[in-house]
Design a binder for this molecule. Structure first.
Ligand code: AMP
Ligand code: MG
Length: 333
């Protein structure tokens, strides 16, 4: 079976193709085009225009990379929730027209759960806690009693959004996370840790106040870029690791899986690894191309759902920008 997955929840338009024969699953293609800027952040309508512009090229590239024709596709999956309405609509439209023209079944998937399932497929983690740290989303998710439950999450912006907005204040463009990671490592060998608010409320985290605080510090011109980047990372990553550790303690699980673009950050990976080691658990990190938003993860969850009989009628294949991870019945586990 060949499954095509379309990702368009935010800045990335991606198409992944997975081939599944018996128990063997392979990613034939995982092509993406990311909307980037030099200075400003992202404006949903502009990103939607970007996706319209690149969708055909990304599709053709994916077919070429997978060495298949579009007629070989058996199932079409698309990210249906959650995300920016402007951009989700482009992926959904692309998926619907492909499903109609090829007369193939259509599957709508939840983006956050797709991060978790592709991680389980590729790392062999069995029943992990997912630390999903991305641009718009920050959630600690795990499977309990038929659903992927959210054990902790951000109360305001995603951790990636925090990094990107701070990067915009520094004038280093979008996406800011990788540039902040570099700045945090550069400069003096021993960085000065600048005290920032540390905001964990119960099992949840919040970044808005830290953002205001760090931007005020930057504007005061009393601190270096490098020290602020270093201190910002140390603070917000510690918060994420604390909540993840408590989710491990609460559920009794023994595995942590990383997902989302921010999880590409080597320092975050290191901190999670240390925490896991200290409490006898194991951490799993998929390759970067599967951490960031990508079409392959949508294809893979599409396959799991298709096998479980969860398909959509074309007329009902509408986007659900606000659907939460824990609203979905997990019939495939
Ligand atoms: P996603 O929404 O999952 O595709 O992830 C995009 C987010 O990941 C953006 O906010 C990026 O700034 C962030 N990101 C990507 N690479 C890194 C990195 N090395 N360190 C921190 N954040 C990163
Ligand atoms: Mg994502």
């Amino acid at each position: 079976m060949i499954i095509l997955g379309i990702e368009s929840t935010a800045h990335t338009f991606g198409i992944g193709i997975i081939k599944s024969v018996g128990k063997k699953n392979s990613v034939l293609a995982n092509v993406k085009d990311l909307y980037t800027t030099e200075k400003e952040g992202i404006i949903p309508a502009k990103v939607a225009d970007h996706h319209v512009e690149v969708c055909d090229v990304v599709f053709e590239k994916a077919l070429k990379e997978a060495k298949i024709k579009k007629e070989n596709i058996d199932v079409i999956a698309f990210s249906q929730s959650p995300g920016l309405g402007h951009t989700l609509r482009i992926g959904a439209m692309f998926a619907r027209s492909l499903a109609v023209s090829l007369n193939k079944p259509l599957v709508g998937v939840n983006h956050c759960i797709a991060h978790l399932e592709i991680g389980r497929l590729l790392t062999k983690a069995k029943d992990p806690i997912l630390l999903y740290a991305s641009g718009a989303n920050t959630q600690v998710i795990a499977y309990e009693a038929g659903k992927y439950r959210i054990f902790g999450e951000t109360l305001d912006i995603g951790v990636g959004n925090f990094l990107d907005t701070f990067a915009r204040a520094l004038g280093i463009g979008f996406p800011g996370g990788p540039k902040i990671e570099q700045l945090a490592k550069s400069g003096k060998k021993y960085k000065k840790y600048i005290e920032l608010p540390y905001v964990v409320k119960g099992m949840d985290v919040s970044f808005g106040g830290i953002l205001t605080n760090i931007q005020t510090k930057w504007n005061s011109q009393m601190f270096s870029k490098e020290d602020l980047c270093y201190s910002g990372q140390e603070t917000v990553f510690s918060m994420l690791v604390e909540v993840t550790e408590r989710a491990l303690a609460h559920t009794g699980k023994k595995e942590v899986l990383l997902g989302g673009g921010v999880a590409c950050n080597k320092r975050l990976q290191e901190m999670v690894k240390i925490m896991c080691k200290e409490r006898g658990a194991k951490s799993f990190v998929p390759e970067n191309q599967f951490l960031v938003d990508n079409g392959a993860m949508i294809a893979w969850l599409g396959k799991l759902q298709f096998d479980a009989g969860i398909v959509l009628e074309i007329e009902k294949a509408i986007i659900e920008p606000y659907l939460r991870t824990d609203e979905i019945m997990v019939k495939w586990r």
